[in-house]
Design a protein around this ligand. Sequence first.
Ligand code: SF4
Length: 119
Amino acid sequence: MPNRPISLTCIMCPRGCTLTVDENNVVTGHKCGRGPKYAISELAEPKRELATTVRLVNSAFRRLPVKVSGEVSKEQIPAIMAYSNTITVQAPVKMGDVIVKNVLNLGVDLIATCDMHLK
Ligand code: SF4
């Protein structure tokens, strides 16, 4: 565990408060209640939302923008990115379509973030 106190920047909104977490997990520096939640979660298991693209065929576009349906551990991001590079989707696709259910058994889905029509 890193030495305390630890400083980190809250990324939950554009204000970017500088948070400090002491040895008792007491958080200071936040301007709203989301800061402490973020700081404790970030130190325990950093999580992120993730958006990427997958290969698309039968469309004027070659890539389909997708996102993961929930936050994933930062450690899992390289595996998800590598996996998404193996996927090919056929147009047409509707925004919100589930492209892959339960990606890598992580409990999140890969979701299309826009419509893609046939070529
Ligand atoms: S603590 Fe609240 S106000 Fe400050 S950056 Fe985080 S979300 Fe924004």
